[in-house]
Ligand binder design. Sequence first.
Ligand SMILES: NC(=O)C1=CN([C@@H]2O[C@H](COP(=O)(O)OP(=O)(O)OC[C@H]3O[C@@H](n4cnc5c(N)ncnc54)[C@H](O)[C@@H]3O)[C@@H](O)[C@H]2O)C=CC1
Ligand SMILES: CC(=O)C(=O)O
Ligand SMILES: [Mg+2]
Length: 556
Amino acid sequence: MSETRRRTPATPAALADPPRNHGVAFTQEERDALGLTGRLPSGVLTLDQQAQRAYQQMNAQGGDLAKNVYLEQLHDRNETLYFKVLSDHLAELLPIVYDPTVGEAIEKYSNEYRRPRGIFLSIDRPEDMERAFATLELGPEDVDLIVCSDAEQILGIGDWGVGGIQIAVGKLAVYTAAAGVDPRRVVPVSLDVGTDRKSLLDDPLYLGNRHPRVRGADYDAFMEKYLETASSLFPHALLHFEDFGPSNARRILEQYGRRYRIFNDDMQGTGAITLAAALSGVKVSGVRMRDQRLVVFGAGTAGVGIADQLRDAMVRDGADRGQATAQVWLIDKQGLLTRGMADLRDFQQSYARDPAEVADWARDGGAISLLETVRRVKPTILLGTSTVHGAFTREVVQAMSEGTERPIVFPLSNPTSRIEAMPADVVAWSKGRALVATGIPVAPVEYGGVTYRIGQANNALLYPGLGLGTIVSGASQVTAGMLLAAAQAVADQVDTSGPGASLLPPVENLRESSAITATAVVKAALDEGVATCKPADVADAVREAMWQPAYTAGAT
Ligand SMILES: NC(=O)C1=CN([C@@H]2O[C@H](COP(=O)(O)OP(=O)(O)OC[C@H]3O[C@@H](n4cnc5c(N)ncnc54)[C@H](O)[C@@H]3O)[C@@H](O)[C@H]2O)C=CC1
Ligand SMILES: CC(=O)C(=O)O
Ligand SMILES: [Mg+2]
Protein backbone atom coordinates (compact mmCIF):
# COMPACT_ATOMS: atom_id res chain seq x y z
CA MET A 1 0.00 0.00 0.00
CA SER A 2 1.44 3.37 -0.99
CA GLU A 3 2.03 6.23 1.47
CA THR A 4 -0.66 8.33 -0.23
CA ARG A 5 -3.32 5.66 0.14
CA ARG A 6 -2.65 5.31 3.88
CA ARG A 7 -3.31 9.00 4.63
CA THR A 8 -6.54 9.82 6.52
CA PRO A 9 -8.48 13.10 6.50
CA ALA A 10 -7.02 15.61 8.96
CA THR A 11 -9.12 17.12 11.78
CA PRO A 12 -8.56 20.87 11.65
CA ALA A 13 -6.67 22.04 14.73
CA ALA A 14 -9.22 24.73 15.60
CA LEU A 15 -11.96 22.11 15.93
CA ALA A 16 -9.82 19.64 17.83
CA ASP A 17 -8.69 22.03 20.55
CA PRO A 18 -11.50 22.51 23.14
CA PRO A 19 -10.35 25.92 24.46
CA ARG A 20 -10.06 27.30 20.89
CA ASN A 21 -13.04 25.56 19.36
CA HIS A 22 -16.11 27.65 18.55
CA GLY A 23 -17.78 24.95 16.43
CA VAL A 24 -20.51 26.36 14.22
CA ALA A 25 -20.07 29.78 15.86
CA PHE A 26 -16.91 30.30 13.79
CA THR A 27 -17.70 33.08 11.29
CA GLN A 28 -17.08 32.55 7.60
CA GLU A 29 -13.92 34.69 7.83
CA GLU A 30 -12.65 32.69 10.78
CA ARG A 31 -13.42 29.44 8.98
CA ASP A 32 -11.36 30.56 5.98
CA ALA A 33 -8.50 31.84 8.14
CA LEU A 34 -8.36 28.70 10.27
CA GLY A 35 -8.47 26.14 7.47
CA LEU A 36 -12.07 25.21 8.16
CA THR A 37 -13.47 26.07 4.73
CA GLY A 38 -16.10 23.48 3.90
CA ARG A 39 -15.60 21.64 7.18
CA LEU A 40 -18.72 22.96 8.90
CA PRO A 41 -22.36 23.32 7.83
CA SER A 42 -22.99 26.79 6.36
CA GLY A 43 -25.09 28.14 9.20
CA VAL A 44 -23.35 30.30 11.80
CA LEU A 45 -24.86 30.28 15.30
CA THR A 46 -24.22 32.49 18.26
CA LEU A 47 -22.86 31.12 21.52
CA ASP A 48 -26.32 31.61 23.04
CA GLN A 49 -27.92 29.53 20.29
CA GLN A 50 -25.31 26.81 20.67
CA ALA A 51 -25.88 26.83 24.43
CA GLN A 52 -29.63 26.50 23.90
CA ARG A 53 -29.10 23.49 21.65
CA ALA A 54 -26.58 21.85 23.98
CA TYR A 55 -28.93 22.35 26.92
CA GLN A 56 -31.75 20.67 24.96
CA GLN A 57 -29.47 17.79 24.02
CA MET A 58 -28.43 17.38 27.63
CA ASN A 59 -32.03 17.27 28.77
CA ALA A 60 -32.75 14.50 26.28
CA GLN A 61 -30.28 12.24 28.12
CA GLY A 62 -31.83 9.55 30.28
CA GLY A 63 -30.81 10.31 33.85
CA ASP A 64 -28.27 12.36 35.77
CA LEU A 65 -25.23 10.20 35.07
CA ALA A 66 -25.96 10.35 31.32
CA LYS A 67 -26.23 14.13 31.64
CA ASN A 68 -22.89 14.21 33.45
CA VAL A 69 -21.28 12.17 30.68
CA TYR A 70 -22.89 14.33 27.98
CA LEU A 71 -21.55 17.49 29.62
CA GLU A 72 -18.05 15.99 29.97
CA GLN A 73 -18.08 15.22 26.27
CA LEU A 74 -19.16 18.78 25.54
CA HIS A 75 -16.28 19.93 27.74
CA ASP A 76 -13.97 17.79 25.60
CA ARG A 77 -15.23 19.42 22.39
CA ASN A 78 -15.82 23.06 23.21
CA GLU A 79 -14.77 24.42 26.59
CA THR A 80 -16.39 27.85 26.23
CA LEU A 81 -19.73 26.34 25.29
CA TYR A 82 -19.52 23.89 28.19
CA PHE A 83 -18.99 26.70 30.68
CA LYS A 84 -21.66 28.84 29.03
CA VAL A 85 -24.23 26.07 29.57
CA LEU A 86 -23.00 25.43 33.09
CA SER A 87 -22.99 29.12 34.08
CA ASP A 88 -26.42 29.76 32.54
CA HIS A 89 -27.95 26.89 34.55
CA LEU A 90 -25.63 26.78 37.53
CA ALA A 91 -28.13 25.81 40.25
CA GLU A 92 -29.63 23.10 38.06
CA LEU A 93 -26.36 21.67 36.79
CA LEU A 94 -24.19 21.87 39.90
CA PRO A 95 -25.75 18.59 41.14
CA ILE A 96 -24.94 17.04 37.75
CA VAL A 97 -21.29 18.00 37.30
CA TYR A 98 -20.65 17.97 41.03
CA ASP A 99 -22.28 16.61 44.19
CA PRO A 100 -24.21 14.26 44.20
CA THR A 101 -23.94 12.91 40.60
CA VAL A 102 -20.16 13.19 40.52
CA GLY A 103 -20.15 10.36 43.09
CA GLU A 104 -21.78 8.05 40.58
CA ALA A 105 -19.49 9.25 37.80
CA ILE A 106 -16.51 8.34 40.00
CA GLU A 107 -17.88 4.89 40.83
CA LYS A 108 -18.44 4.18 37.14
CA TYR A 109 -15.33 5.96 35.84
CA SER A 110 -13.70 2.96 34.20
CA ASN A 111 -16.98 1.94 32.52
CA GLU A 112 -18.05 5.38 31.35
CA TYR A 113 -14.53 6.42 30.32
CA ARG A 114 -14.39 8.31 27.00
CA ARG A 115 -11.21 10.35 27.10
CA PRO A 116 -8.72 11.47 29.69
CA ARG A 117 -8.85 14.87 31.38
CA GLY A 118 -6.05 15.89 33.70
CA ILE A 119 -2.71 14.48 34.73
CA PHE A 120 -2.42 10.92 36.00
CA LEU A 121 0.52 10.41 38.36
CA SER A 122 1.30 6.85 39.34
CA ILE A 123 3.08 5.83 42.52
CA ASP A 124 4.63 3.04 40.47
CA ARG A 125 6.40 5.59 38.26
CA PRO A 126 7.27 8.58 40.45
CA GLU A 127 10.15 9.38 38.12
CA ASP A 128 7.57 10.33 35.42
CA MET A 129 6.12 13.23 37.38
CA GLU A 130 8.01 16.08 35.72
CA ARG A 131 7.59 14.59 32.28
CA ALA A 132 3.86 14.23 32.86
CA PHE A 133 3.47 17.90 33.80
CA ALA A 134 5.76 18.88 30.91
CA THR A 135 3.25 17.42 28.43
CA LEU A 136 0.97 20.34 29.33
CA GLU A 137 3.53 22.68 27.74
CA LEU A 138 2.77 25.29 30.38
CA GLY A 139 5.29 27.65 31.93
CA PRO A 140 5.78 28.81 35.52
CA GLU A 141 3.38 31.75 35.05
CA ASP A 142 0.64 29.72 33.39
CA VAL A 143 -1.07 27.82 36.23
CA ASP A 144 -3.21 29.28 39.02
CA LEU A 145 -4.68 26.18 40.55
CA ILE A 146 -4.13 22.42 40.75
CA VAL A 147 -6.73 20.15 42.36
CA CYS A 148 -5.42 16.72 43.32
CA SER A 149 -6.95 13.67 44.97
CA ASP A 150 -5.62 10.28 46.01
CA ALA A 151 -9.31 9.25 46.22
CA GLU A 152 -9.13 7.42 49.53
CA GLN A 153 -12.31 9.08 50.89
CA ILE A 154 -14.31 10.32 47.93
CA LEU A 155 -17.28 12.26 49.35
CA GLY A 156 -18.82 9.68 51.71
CA ILE A 157 -18.34 6.74 49.34
CA GLY A 158 -14.79 5.77 50.22
CA ASP A 159 -11.89 4.58 48.06
CA TRP A 160 -12.44 4.81 44.30
CA GLY A 161 -8.87 4.73 43.03
CA VAL A 162 -8.22 6.42 39.71
CA GLY A 163 -11.91 7.37 39.33
CA GLY A 164 -11.11 10.08 41.87
CA ILE A 165 -9.80 12.19 38.97
CA GLN A 166 -13.44 13.14 38.45
CA ILE A 167 -13.68 14.84 41.85
CA ALA A 168 -10.76 17.06 40.81
CA VAL A 169 -12.47 17.71 37.44
CA GLY A 170 -15.82 18.46 39.16
CA LYS A 171 -14.27 20.78 41.77
CA LEU A 172 -12.47 22.70 39.02
CA ALA A 173 -15.65 23.04 36.95
CA VAL A 174 -17.26 24.67 39.98
CA TYR A 175 -14.26 26.99 40.48
CA THR A 176 -14.81 28.29 36.95
CA ALA A 177 -18.61 28.33 36.79
CA ALA A 178 -19.03 29.77 40.28
CA ALA A 179 -16.07 32.14 40.57
CA GLY A 180 -14.68 32.61 37.08
CA VAL A 181 -11.34 30.93 37.75
CA ASP A 182 -9.76 30.70 34.28
CA PRO A 183 -10.24 27.10 33.07
CA ARG A 184 -7.11 27.35 30.92
CA ARG A 185 -4.97 27.92 33.98
CA VAL A 186 -6.04 24.94 36.08
CA VAL A 187 -5.01 21.28 36.21
CA PRO A 188 -6.82 18.26 37.70
CA VAL A 189 -4.49 15.58 39.06
CA SER A 190 -5.01 11.95 40.03
CA LEU A 191 -2.45 10.69 42.54
CA ASP A 192 -2.89 6.98 41.86
CA VAL A 193 -1.47 5.09 44.82
CA GLY A 194 -3.59 1.99 44.23
CA THR A 195 -6.93 1.06 45.72
CA ASP A 196 -8.17 -1.19 48.50
CA ARG A 197 -11.55 -1.68 46.80
CA LYS A 198 -11.72 -5.31 45.75
CA SER A 199 -14.42 -4.74 43.13
CA LEU A 200 -12.06 -2.37 41.30
CA LEU A 201 -9.05 -4.67 41.64
CA ASP A 202 -11.15 -7.51 40.22
CA ASP A 203 -12.65 -5.46 37.38
CA PRO A 204 -10.81 -6.18 34.11
CA LEU A 205 -11.84 -2.73 32.83
CA TYR A 206 -10.45 -0.87 35.88
CA LEU A 207 -8.12 1.86 34.64
CA GLY A 208 -6.02 2.53 37.72
CA ASN A 209 -3.07 0.84 39.39
CA ARG A 210 -4.17 -2.70 40.15
CA HIS A 211 -2.70 -3.11 43.62
CA PRO A 212 -3.60 -2.21 47.21
CA ARG A 213 -3.00 1.35 48.38
CA VAL A 214 0.63 2.06 49.03
CA ARG A 215 1.09 3.49 52.52
CA GLY A 216 3.97 4.53 54.74
CA ALA A 217 7.31 5.86 53.56
CA ASP A 218 6.68 5.30 49.84
CA TYR A 219 3.36 7.16 50.03
CA ASP A 220 4.97 10.03 51.92
CA ALA A 221 7.84 10.24 49.44
CA PHE A 222 5.35 10.32 46.54
CA MET A 223 3.32 13.15 48.14
CA GLU A 224 6.47 15.10 48.92
CA LYS A 225 7.65 14.68 45.34
CA TYR A 226 4.26 15.86 44.08
CA LEU A 227 4.35 18.98 46.26
CA GLU A 228 7.93 19.72 45.31
CA THR A 229 7.39 19.16 41.58
CA ALA A 230 4.05 20.98 41.27
CA SER A 231 5.19 23.98 43.26
CA SER A 232 8.53 24.32 41.54
CA LEU A 233 7.06 24.01 38.04
CA PHE A 234 4.10 26.28 38.85
CA PRO A 235 5.21 28.49 41.74
CA HIS A 236 2.02 30.60 41.78
CA ALA A 237 -0.41 27.71 41.82
CA LEU A 238 -2.71 27.03 44.75
CA LEU A 239 -2.48 23.30 45.53
CA HIS A 240 -5.98 22.13 46.45
CA PHE A 241 -6.22 18.73 48.21
CA GLU A 242 -9.52 16.87 47.96
CA ASP A 243 -10.92 13.68 49.42
CA PHE A 244 -7.83 12.19 51.03
CA GLY A 245 -8.26 9.73 53.91
CA PRO A 246 -8.50 11.29 57.38
CA SER A 247 -4.95 10.76 58.60
CA ASN A 248 -3.28 11.81 55.34
CA ALA A 249 -5.54 14.84 54.81
CA ARG A 250 -4.60 16.39 58.13
CA ARG A 251 -0.99 15.24 58.16
CA ILE A 252 -0.23 16.72 54.74
CA LEU A 253 -1.84 20.05 55.63
CA GLU A 254 -0.10 20.29 58.99
CA GLN A 255 3.28 19.13 57.73
CA TYR A 256 3.45 21.18 54.53
CA GLY A 257 0.93 24.00 55.03
CA ARG A 258 3.61 26.57 55.73
CA ARG A 259 6.05 25.44 53.06
CA TYR A 260 3.62 25.22 50.15
CA ARG A 261 0.46 27.06 49.15
CA ILE A 262 -1.88 24.24 50.19
CA PHE A 263 -5.62 24.22 50.75
CA ASN A 264 -7.48 21.21 52.12
CA ASP A 265 -11.07 21.66 51.10
CA ASP A 266 -12.57 18.92 53.28
CA MET A 267 -11.06 20.42 56.42
CA GLN A 268 -10.74 24.13 55.69
CA GLY A 269 -13.42 24.75 53.06
CA THR A 270 -15.98 22.61 54.86
CA GLY A 271 -15.08 24.19 58.21
CA ALA A 272 -15.55 27.67 56.78
CA ILE A 273 -18.88 27.05 55.01
CA THR A 274 -20.25 25.33 58.11
CA LEU A 275 -19.06 28.22 60.24
CA ALA A 276 -20.93 30.56 57.86
CA ALA A 277 -24.12 28.51 58.27
CA ALA A 278 -23.61 28.38 62.05
CA LEU A 279 -23.14 32.16 62.22
CA SER A 280 -26.51 32.54 60.48
CA GLY A 281 -28.07 29.92 62.76
CA VAL A 282 -26.78 31.70 65.84
CA LYS A 283 -28.38 34.94 64.62
CA VAL A 284 -31.75 33.16 64.54
CA SER A 285 -31.42 31.12 67.72
CA GLY A 286 -30.13 34.01 69.80
CA VAL A 287 -27.68 31.74 71.68
CA ARG A 288 -24.22 33.38 71.62
CA MET A 289 -21.49 31.60 69.70
CA ARG A 290 -19.41 31.29 72.86
CA ASP A 291 -22.27 29.37 74.53
CA GLN A 292 -22.82 26.82 71.76
CA ARG A 293 -22.63 23.12 72.61
CA LEU A 294 -21.55 21.13 69.60
CA VAL A 295 -21.97 17.40 68.99
CA VAL A 296 -20.10 16.08 65.96
CA PHE A 297 -21.24 12.70 64.67
CA GLY A 298 -18.41 11.33 62.48
CA ALA A 299 -15.10 12.65 63.79
CA GLY A 300 -13.01 12.38 60.64
CA THR A 301 -11.47 14.94 58.28
CA ALA A 302 -14.57 17.09 57.84
CA GLY A 303 -16.04 16.64 61.32
CA VAL A 304 -12.92 17.65 63.21
CA GLY A 305 -12.07 20.34 60.62
CA ILE A 306 -15.44 21.91 61.37
CA ALA A 307 -15.08 21.41 65.13
CA ASP A 308 -11.78 23.29 65.03
CA GLN A 309 -13.31 26.27 63.24
CA LEU A 310 -16.39 26.40 65.48
CA ARG A 311 -14.21 26.14 68.58
CA ASP A 312 -12.11 29.06 67.30
CA ALA A 313 -15.31 31.02 66.66
CA MET A 314 -16.37 30.43 70.30
CA VAL A 315 -12.98 31.72 71.43
CA ARG A 316 -13.34 34.84 69.28
CA ASP A 317 -16.71 35.39 70.92
CA GLY A 318 -15.20 35.40 74.39
CA ALA A 319 -14.93 31.77 75.50
CA ASP A 320 -11.50 30.70 76.69
CA ARG A 321 -9.91 27.94 74.66
CA GLY A 322 -10.30 25.26 77.31
CA GLN A 323 -13.97 26.09 77.80
CA ALA A 324 -14.62 26.17 74.03
CA THR A 325 -12.90 22.80 73.57
CA ALA A 326 -15.00 21.38 76.41
CA GLN A 327 -18.14 22.48 74.57
CA VAL A 328 -17.41 20.01 71.75
CA TRP A 329 -18.34 16.32 71.93
CA LEU A 330 -17.05 13.97 69.23
CA ILE A 331 -18.74 10.70 68.36
CA ASP A 332 -17.19 8.16 66.03
CA LYS A 333 -17.55 4.42 65.45
CA GLN A 334 -16.61 3.75 69.08
CA GLY A 335 -19.42 6.02 70.32
CA LEU A 336 -18.63 9.16 72.32
CA LEU A 337 -14.85 9.60 72.30
CA THR A 338 -13.30 9.52 75.74
CA ARG A 339 -9.70 9.85 76.86
CA GLY A 340 -7.68 6.68 76.98
CA MET A 341 -9.62 4.90 74.22
CA ALA A 342 -7.14 2.68 72.42
CA ASP A 343 -8.03 3.71 68.88
CA LEU A 344 -8.28 7.50 69.18
CA ARG A 345 -6.70 9.39 66.29
CA ASP A 346 -4.23 12.10 67.22
CA PHE A 347 -6.49 14.91 65.94
CA GLN A 348 -9.41 13.63 68.06
CA GLN A 349 -7.42 13.62 71.32
CA SER A 350 -7.95 17.22 72.37
CA TYR A 351 -11.75 16.82 72.28
CA ALA A 352 -11.93 13.40 74.01
CA ARG A 353 -13.96 13.58 77.21
CA ASP A 354 -12.82 12.68 80.68
CA PRO A 355 -14.18 9.14 81.37
CA ALA A 356 -15.15 10.26 84.90
CA GLU A 357 -17.51 12.86 83.44
CA VAL A 358 -19.51 10.18 81.60
CA ALA A 359 -19.17 7.32 84.08
CA ASP A 360 -22.92 7.05 84.69
CA TRP A 361 -24.03 7.61 81.07
CA ALA A 362 -25.94 4.72 79.46
CA ARG A 363 -23.87 2.42 77.29
CA ASP A 364 -24.82 0.12 74.48
CA GLY A 365 -22.26 -2.67 74.10
CA GLY A 366 -19.77 -0.45 75.92
CA ALA A 367 -20.31 2.59 73.66
CA ILE A 368 -22.10 5.84 74.49
CA SER A 369 -24.57 6.44 71.67
CA LEU A 370 -25.52 9.59 69.82
CA LEU A 371 -28.94 9.57 71.47
CA GLU A 372 -27.49 9.27 74.97
CA THR A 373 -25.00 12.05 74.21
CA VAL A 374 -27.74 14.33 72.91
CA ARG A 375 -29.88 13.67 76.00
CA ARG A 376 -27.01 14.43 78.35
CA VAL A 377 -25.31 17.29 76.53
CA LYS A 378 -28.36 19.16 75.23
CA PRO A 379 -26.40 20.35 72.20
CA THR A 380 -27.31 23.54 70.37
CA ILE A 381 -25.57 22.30 67.19
CA LEU A 382 -25.57 18.76 65.81
CA LEU A 383 -23.28 18.00 62.87
CA GLY A 384 -23.33 14.89 60.71
CA THR A 385 -20.10 14.01 58.90
CA SER A 386 -20.29 10.26 59.41
CA THR A 387 -21.49 8.88 56.04
CA VAL A 388 -24.18 7.00 58.03
CA HIS A 389 -27.50 7.39 56.27
CA GLY A 390 -30.39 7.94 58.68
CA ALA A 391 -28.24 8.29 61.81
CA PHE A 392 -30.22 11.36 62.93
CA THR A 393 -33.38 9.52 63.88
CA ARG A 394 -36.67 10.95 65.05
CA GLU A 395 -35.63 10.17 68.65
CA VAL A 396 -32.34 12.04 68.26
CA VAL A 397 -33.96 15.11 66.74
CA GLN A 398 -36.77 15.11 69.31
CA ALA A 399 -34.28 14.75 72.18
CA MET A 400 -32.31 17.67 70.78
CA SER A 401 -35.46 19.77 70.42
CA GLU A 402 -36.26 19.14 74.09
CA GLY A 403 -32.88 20.57 75.11
CA THR A 404 -32.83 23.74 73.03
CA GLU A 405 -35.39 26.06 71.48
CA ARG A 406 -33.88 26.31 67.95
CA PRO A 407 -31.69 23.26 67.35
CA ILE A 408 -29.10 23.76 64.62
CA VAL A 409 -28.94 20.47 62.70
CA PHE A 410 -26.50 20.02 59.83
CA PRO A 411 -26.55 16.55 58.21
CA LEU A 412 -23.58 17.22 55.93
CA SER A 413 -22.66 13.81 54.55
CA ASN A 414 -22.63 13.39 50.78
CA PRO A 415 -23.91 12.07 48.49
CA THR A 416 -27.64 11.62 49.13
CA SER A 417 -27.25 7.93 50.01
CA ARG A 418 -25.09 8.95 53.02
CA ILE A 419 -27.02 11.88 54.50
CA GLU A 420 -27.74 11.53 58.24
CA ALA A 421 -31.36 12.78 57.84
CA MET A 422 -33.48 14.45 55.22
CA PRO A 423 -34.44 18.04 56.08
CA ALA A 424 -38.18 17.39 55.68
CA ASP A 425 -37.94 14.89 58.54
CA VAL A 426 -35.76 17.10 60.73
CA VAL A 427 -38.14 20.03 60.29
CA ALA A 428 -41.19 17.87 61.06
CA TRP A 429 -39.65 16.02 64.03
CA SER A 430 -38.59 19.32 65.58
CA LYS A 431 -42.04 20.81 64.88
CA GLY A 432 -40.53 23.43 62.60
CA ARG A 433 -37.92 24.64 65.11
CA ALA A 434 -34.76 23.13 63.66
CA LEU A 435 -32.39 25.28 61.63
CA VAL A 436 -31.17 22.94 58.92
CA ALA A 437 -28.43 22.97 56.28
CA THR A 438 -27.19 20.01 54.23
CA GLY A 439 -24.27 19.06 52.01
CA ILE A 440 -26.47 18.04 49.09
CA PRO A 441 -28.91 20.36 47.33
CA VAL A 442 -32.40 19.96 48.77
CA ALA A 443 -35.76 21.40 47.66
CA PRO A 444 -37.58 23.71 50.09
CA VAL A 445 -39.64 22.00 52.78
CA GLU A 446 -43.25 22.96 53.54
CA TYR A 447 -44.29 22.61 57.17
CA GLY A 448 -47.04 24.27 59.17
CA GLY A 449 -47.70 26.81 56.45
CA VAL A 450 -44.04 27.92 56.31
CA THR A 451 -41.60 27.30 53.46
CA TYR A 452 -38.23 26.29 54.88
CA ARG A 453 -35.35 26.96 52.47
CA ILE A 454 -32.47 24.60 53.10
CA GLY A 455 -29.04 26.18 52.74
CA GLN A 456 -26.44 24.05 51.02
CA ALA A 457 -23.58 23.80 53.50
CA ASN A 458 -21.32 22.35 50.89
CA ASN A 459 -17.81 23.67 50.55
CA ALA A 460 -18.73 24.51 46.91
CA LEU A 461 -20.48 27.59 48.26
CA LEU A 462 -17.20 28.85 49.64
CA TYR A 463 -14.08 27.39 48.07
CA PRO A 464 -14.54 29.02 44.63
CA GLY A 465 -14.49 32.52 46.15
CA LEU A 466 -11.72 31.56 48.54
CA GLY A 467 -9.62 30.21 45.65
CA LEU A 468 -10.25 33.23 43.46
CA GLY A 469 -9.28 35.54 46.33
CA THR A 470 -6.11 33.53 46.91
CA ILE A 471 -5.21 33.75 43.22
CA VAL A 472 -5.95 37.48 42.92
CA SER A 473 -3.96 38.30 46.07
CA GLY A 474 -1.16 35.90 45.14
CA ALA A 475 -1.29 34.86 48.81
CA SER A 476 1.65 32.71 49.82
CA GLN A 477 -0.59 30.72 52.19
CA VAL A 478 -4.26 30.18 52.92
CA THR A 479 -4.40 31.58 56.45
CA ALA A 480 -6.97 31.18 59.23
CA GLY A 481 -7.80 34.86 58.73
CA MET A 482 -8.60 34.28 55.04
CA LEU A 483 -10.86 31.35 55.92
CA LEU A 484 -12.65 33.38 58.56
CA ALA A 485 -13.08 36.32 56.17
CA ALA A 486 -14.60 33.96 53.61
CA ALA A 487 -17.00 32.46 56.16
CA GLN A 488 -18.04 35.89 57.43
CA ALA A 489 -18.51 37.20 53.88
CA VAL A 490 -20.83 34.29 53.07
CA ALA A 491 -22.79 34.69 56.31
CA ASP A 492 -23.13 38.44 55.79
CA GLN A 493 -25.00 37.82 52.54
CA VAL A 494 -27.87 36.08 54.28
CA ASP A 495 -31.04 37.67 55.59
CA THR A 496 -32.30 35.32 58.27
CA SER A 497 -35.18 37.49 59.42
CA GLY A 498 -38.10 35.74 57.63
CA PRO A 499 -39.64 32.46 58.83
CA GLY A 500 -37.96 29.46 57.23
CA ALA A 501 -35.15 31.60 55.79
CA SER A 502 -32.10 29.78 54.43
CA LEU A 503 -28.90 29.96 56.49
CA LEU A 504 -26.79 30.36 53.37
CA PRO A 505 -26.99 32.36 50.12
CA PRO A 506 -28.87 30.61 47.30
CA VAL A 507 -26.83 28.70 44.75
CA GLU A 508 -28.51 30.81 42.05
CA ASN A 509 -26.40 33.76 43.30
CA LEU A 510 -23.20 31.80 43.53
CA ARG A 511 -21.23 33.83 41.01
CA GLU A 512 -22.08 37.11 42.71
CA SER A 513 -21.58 35.56 46.13
CA SER A 514 -18.15 34.20 45.11
CA ALA A 515 -17.04 37.67 43.97
CA ILE A 516 -17.97 39.10 47.38
CA THR A 517 -16.21 36.23 49.16
CA ALA A 518 -13.10 36.62 46.99
CA THR A 519 -12.96 40.34 47.73
CA ALA A 520 -13.07 39.66 51.48
CA VAL A 521 -10.34 37.02 51.09
CA VAL A 522 -8.02 39.39 49.20
CA LYS A 523 -8.49 42.03 51.91
CA ALA A 524 -7.71 39.47 54.61
CA ALA A 525 -4.59 38.32 52.72
CA LEU A 526 -3.46 41.96 52.53
CA ASP A 527 -4.18 42.52 56.24
CA GLU A 528 -2.31 39.38 57.21
CA GLY A 529 0.74 40.28 55.11
CA VAL A 530 0.63 37.15 52.92
CA ALA A 531 -0.52 38.89 49.72
CA THR A 532 2.10 39.25 46.99
CA CYS A 533 -0.19 41.28 44.66
CA LYS A 534 -1.61 44.48 46.06
CA PRO A 535 -4.47 45.73 43.86
CA ALA A 536 -5.49 49.36 44.31
CA ASP A 537 -9.17 48.49 44.10
CA VAL A 538 -9.75 44.99 45.40
CA ALA A 539 -13.36 44.54 44.22
CA ASP A 540 -12.42 45.70 40.69
CA ALA A 541 -9.40 43.41 40.61
CA VAL A 542 -11.58 40.45 41.58
CA ARG A 543 -14.20 41.20 38.93
CA GLU A 544 -11.59 41.73 36.24
CA ALA A 545 -9.98 38.42 37.12
CA MET A 546 -13.22 36.51 36.61
CA TRP A 547 -13.16 34.57 33.35
CA GLN A 548 -16.38 34.72 31.35
CA PRO A 549 -17.54 32.08 28.88
CA ALA A 550 -17.38 34.10 25.64
CA TYR A 551 -15.62 33.53 22.33
CA THR A 552 -12.56 35.56 21.50
CA ALA A 553 -12.54 36.68 17.87
CA GLY A 554 -10.33 34.52 15.67
CA ALA A 555 -10.03 31.73 18.23
CA THR A 556 -6.29 32.06 18.40
N1 LIG B 1 -20.89 19.26 53.10
C1 LIG B 1 -19.63 19.34 52.77
O1 LIG B 1 -19.14 20.35 52.25
C2 LIG B 1 -18.73 18.20 53.04
C3 LIG B 1 -19.23 17.00 53.43
N2 LIG B 1 -18.39 15.98 53.67
C4 LIG B 1 -19.00 14.68 53.95
O2 LIG B 1 -18.68 14.26 55.25
C5 LIG B 1 -18.61 12.85 55.26
C6 LIG B 1 -17.29 12.45 55.88
O3 LIG B 1 -16.23 12.85 55.04
P1 LIG B 1 -14.74 12.86 55.58
O4 LIG B 1 -14.67 13.57 56.87
O5 LIG B 1 -13.89 13.27 54.47
O6 LIG B 1 -14.54 11.30 55.85
P2 LIG B 1 -13.74 10.60 57.03
O7 LIG B 1 -13.61 9.19 56.67
O8 LIG B 1 -12.53 11.38 57.32
O9 LIG B 1 -14.75 10.77 58.26
C7 LIG B 1 -15.89 10.01 58.49
C8 LIG B 1 -15.89 9.64 59.95
O10 LIG B 1 -17.13 9.04 60.26
C9 LIG B 1 -16.85 7.95 61.10
N3 LIG B 1 -17.92 6.97 61.10
C10 LIG B 1 -18.16 5.99 60.22
N4 LIG B 1 -19.20 5.23 60.62
C11 LIG B 1 -19.63 5.76 61.78
C12 LIG B 1 -20.65 5.41 62.67
N5 LIG B 1 -21.44 4.35 62.46
N6 LIG B 1 -20.83 6.18 63.76
C13 LIG B 1 -20.05 7.25 63.99
N7 LIG B 1 -19.04 7.60 63.19
C14 LIG B 1 -18.83 6.86 62.09
C15 LIG B 1 -15.56 7.37 60.55
O11 LIG B 1 -14.90 6.52 61.45
C16 LIG B 1 -14.79 8.64 60.27
O12 LIG B 1 -14.05 9.08 61.38
C17 LIG B 1 -18.74 12.40 53.81
O13 LIG B 1 -20.04 11.95 53.56
C18 LIG B 1 -18.47 13.62 53.02
O14 LIG B 1 -19.19 13.65 51.81
C19 LIG B 1 -17.02 16.07 53.58
C20 LIG B 1 -16.47 17.26 53.19
C21 LIG B 1 -17.29 18.40 52.83
C1 LIG C 1 -18.28 18.28 49.42
C2 LIG C 1 -17.08 17.51 49.68
O1 LIG C 1 -15.98 18.00 49.53
C3 LIG C 1 -17.19 16.16 50.15
O2 LIG C 1 -18.30 15.69 50.40
O3 LIG C 1 -16.14 15.51 50.29
MG1 LIG D 1 -14.46 16.52 49.50
